[in-house]
Design a protein around this ligand. Structure first.
Ligand code: NBP
Length: 477
């Protein structure tokens, strides 16, 4: 046995991860269900490092030094369970199984429990950055035991993205913590993209600007506090001209956004945990609305749009600055909600996740990498128990500076009929948090009226019920 680590599942992600490992001097055992992928990896990239190729799972396992570390990089779901079942009889006590696929954290918890009974360690590890990241340095979010991180940590840290000398990888926490954080990362990615898309839509409509002109605006934004991978590639996509028609690329793409399901998982889990992640939820629903072609057509027929354009053109620079500030403030809210969710998951499952460290490992390699994440890390460094990111001094200033712009943009968009679900709901969330009295008091009254659900009072302890149907006297419940 000579291999330091193994990868089974050699489609784009596994292949690139194996190459990244080999390029960093690790001897990598490689295996795929259909052996052609294994052979082509070695044929095409064998010169990049040391690979030990096996056609059978048994040979693959035997080629690994103990304690063995086997990375599974197959299609998430049943395929992962099938591979685990195949591995269990071949592995020995103390060996480590690593699932780098996009698993649901609940599956990861289940698998960890099951493998523990066989004396095996299981690390559900989130890997972000797509195929490019897997090859050149992803953001890595490993869960699982301390023991497994002792072996995996140095290997993962060597292949992860690196920002200012710090690898984009840390031990997130036990069992499902890594996949949970990866899931929230993907949810935040949904919100980030939706906010960018709304900003584009507003600029296009409000200024009657061309995609190329808007690309220049995004390029400019990428030089300031919004600097991020997504803003950068937005400029690329908007300036791209379709080769077939000569039209802006964005105009020839069908306007129905797809999703693989991690946004949906984030929202479903947030509902279970009771965390209002409205930005991520609106982003997920906006994609789903875009896909309802039949309903969109029916609505267009009966409510034709006026196509009012250039409604903000009188103050072009002022409007662009308003949209930029609204985007930044809404982004702060989306991240604040994402970090609340990490806290809630961490508390619920006893993971003790360090939120500042999470911001650190998202600074490179992953899709939401951004300058902004340094500010989040600083906020949690200053106060690890921050009740909401919005309350940290830097973000208080950022949001306060932007709030007038934010209100103008949301008001303008409503008047112009440009949908801004993420901008608007983020503003509503912000106002909801800071409002002295919320109409939740009335809701409690209604609940007590129709269902005797009781209410608490502001002036005294205990739950009360009012006899609404008779003399309306109040009774202690
Ligand atoms: P896919 O998700 O397309 O899966 C293909 C791989 O799964 C092939 O190696 C295939 O083997 C193997 N496989 C299947 Br399908 N069923 C199997 C089974 N029953 N037993 C054994 N192997 C089986 O690959 P991918 O796009 O490289 O993604 C891999 C993982 O990484 C997924 O969980 C994905 O969600 C996650 N991920 C992907 C990205 C991305 O940008 N693509 C980013 C981050 C995470 P075969 O060759 O024999 O058919």
């Amino acid at each position: 046995a000579t291999a330091d680590i193994g990868v089974t599942g050699l489609a784009v992600m596994g292949r690139n991860l194996a190459r990244n490992l080999a390029r960093h001097g690790h001897t990598v055992a490689v295996h795929n269900r259909s052996p052609e992928k294994t052979h082509s990896l070695v044929t095409d990239h064998g010169y990049e490092g040391t690979f030990v190729a096996s056609e059978s799972m048994a040979d693959f396992v035997q080629s690994l030094k103990r304690p063995r570390a086997v990375i599974i990089m197959v299609k998430a779901g049943k395929a992962t369970d099938a591979v685990i079942d195949e591995l269990i009889p071949l592995l020995e006590e103390g060996d480590i199984v690593v699932d780098c696929g996009n698993a649901h954290f609940a599956d990861t918890r289940r698998r960890e429990e099951a493998l523990k009974e066989h004396g095996l360690h299981f690390s559900g590890t989130g890997v972000s950055g797509g195929e490019e990241g897997a090859l050149n340095g992803p953001s890595i979010m490993p869960g699982g035991s301390e023991h497994s991180y002792e072996k995996l940590g140095p290997i993962f840290e060597s292949i992860a993205a690196n920002v200012d000398g710090t690898p984009c990888c840390f031990h997130v926490g036990p069992d499902g913590a890594g996949h949970f954080v990866k899931m929230v990362h993907n949810g935040i990615e949904y919100a980030d993209m939706q906010l960018i898309a709304e900003a584009y839509d507003l600029l296009r409509s409000g200024l009657d600007a061309t995609p190329a002109q808007i690309a220049d605006i995004f390029r400019e934004w990428n030089r300031g506090s919004l600097e991020s991978f997504l803003i950068e590639i937005t400029a690329d996509v908007l300036s791209h001209v379709d080769g077939r028609t000569g039209r802006p690329f964005v105009d020839i793409v069908l306007d129905q956004a797809e999703q693989k399901g991690t946004g949906r998982w984030t929202v479903q889990t947030a509902l279970d945990l009771g965390v209002p992640i409205t930005g991520i939820a609106e982003a997920t629903f906006a994609r789903s609305l875009s896909g309802h072609a039949e309903q969109r057509e029916a609505a267009r027929e009966v409510f034709p749009t006026t196509n009012e354009l250039a409604w903000a053109a009188d103050d072009r620079e002022g409007f662009i600055e308003d949209v930029r500030k609204a985007l930044y403030a809404s982004k702060v809210v989306a991240y604040a909600q994402g970090y609340d969710m990490i806290k809630a998951g961490s508390d619920e499952y006893g993971w003790d996740i360090d939120r500042g460290a999470t911001a650190t490992i998202w600074r490179g390699g992953c899709i939401i990498r951004a300058r902004f994440l340094d500010r989040i890390r600083e906020a949690y460094d200053e106060n690890p128990e921050l009740p909401t990111l919005l309350a940290s001094p830097y973000f208080v200033k950022a949001v306060s500076d932007g709030v007038d712009s934010w209100r103008r943009v949301v008001g303008d968009s409503a008047r112009a009929g440009v949908p801004t679900p993420a901008f608007s709901s983020s503003l509503a969330y912000f106002d909801g948090l800071r409002r002295r009295r919320l109409p939740a008091a009335l809701i409690q009254g209604l609940r007590d009226n129709f269902g005797a659900h009781t209410y608490l009072r502001t002036d005294t302890e205990g739950a009360f019920h009012t006899l609404w149907g008779s003399d309306k006297t109040e009774h202690k419940a």
